[in-house]
Write a protein of this length. Structure first.
Length: 315
């Protein structure tokens, strides 16, 4: 187990480094830079060149990346090229908004997916199973931004039941008006709940009809014990990895959801940084997203290894 953890941890560090190099390379290859964005069409070439020198953009790309990476190891994430403020301050202002969306969505997925997946798997082929599967297929087929627009049009604009946008609201304002969170949390939850519930349903259905469950029934073991101690653990192994991908997907979905509903979270900040060609900000957001994805996938792999160690032995 320790060797597996060490190997996966080293791979995680390598993955983060590859992501950072790729993001910086793509950003450096894009036409224009922060000086062009700040000066716009009204700036003269001399003004743009002077601003580029002041921001250090005339240095070689490898040198700028090395300075940023060196600062990362000393705990300094650099300053924004557009505002001059520390990048960490901007992330600190935005992360609370994203957590207000992501944490409730994650809780709902964690609670509802095992419940729905288990019920559907134990009643395979029943009306309940067919209804849940149909709903899962429909919700999974609808892109998140389309679902968000549909909910805004129907629930907010047509029915007037819930607020349609959170424009201009910070974390404190959102906590004071939690109704604003209902629609975006619903959008974030829908697809990932479907994915995880269907994964658990497939595992429960397969385990319930497997040879181990049949043998235990012949030995007189109660059905409840068979399901709770043997069927569910076998289904939760692959589901742990799918759950990690759900957490990763919540970060990606936050970019679209925050754009649709006007939230000033990490997704909105990342989009602004890319538009401004603000590479220190882009790099920090990329590190945050990639690091979170790598950590949750590592945890998911370890959970799957613990729940189904035979798979790792045969790998």
């Amino acid at each position: 187990m320790r060797a597996y953890l060490l190997r996966r941890s080293l791979l995680a560090v390598l993955q983060c480094l590859v992501v950072l190099v790729a993001v910086f390379a793509v950003g450096a290859l894009l036409p224009g830079d922060t000086a062009d964005v700040l000066r716009g069409e009204l700036g003269t070439p001399e003004q743009v060149a002077a601003l580029r020198t002041r921001l250090g953009l005339d240095e070689p790309a490898w040198s700028r990346f090395g300075h940023w990476l060196g600062g990362l190891f000393t705990g300094h994430l650099g300053n924004s090229l557009t505002t001059g403020l520390p990048v960490g301050d901007d992330i600190g202002r935005r992360i609370g908004v994203t957590l207000l969306l992501g944490v409730p969505a994650l809780v709902l997925v964690t609670v509802l997916a095992p419940l729905l997946g288990t019920v559907s798997g134990l009643r395979e082929g029943s009306r309940v199973d067919r209804t849940l599967n149909a709903a899962a297929v429909v919700l999974h087929a609808v892109p998140e931004f389309v679902l968000g627009l549909l909910l805004v049009a129907s629930v907010s604009l047509a029915a007037g039941l819930l607020p349609a946008t959170a424009i201009g609201m910070d974390t404190e304002a959102l906590l004071a008006q939690p109704a604003v969170l209902v629609l975006p949390v619903t959008v974030l939850t829908a697809r990932h709940l479907c994915d995880l519930a269907r994964q658990i349903r497939a595992g429960v259905a397969a385990g319930r009809h497997g040879a181990v469950a049949a043998h235990l029934r012949l030995l007189g073991v109660r059905e409840r014990t068979v399901v709770l101690r043997h069927v569910l653990p076998g289904a939760l192994g692959p589901a742990a990895q799918q759950f990690a991908r759900c957490v990763e997907g919540l970060l990606g979905g936050a970019v679209l959801v925050e754009a649709v509903f006007g939230f000033r979270g990490l997704g909105d900040g990342f989009v602004e940084a890319v538009q401004n060609r603000d590479l220190p900000q882009v790099q920090t957001y990329a590190l945050l997203f990639a690091g979170t994805a790598v950590v949750v996938n590592l945890i998911g792999d370890l959970a799957a290894h613990r729940l189904a160690p035979r798979r790792e032995m045969t790998a």
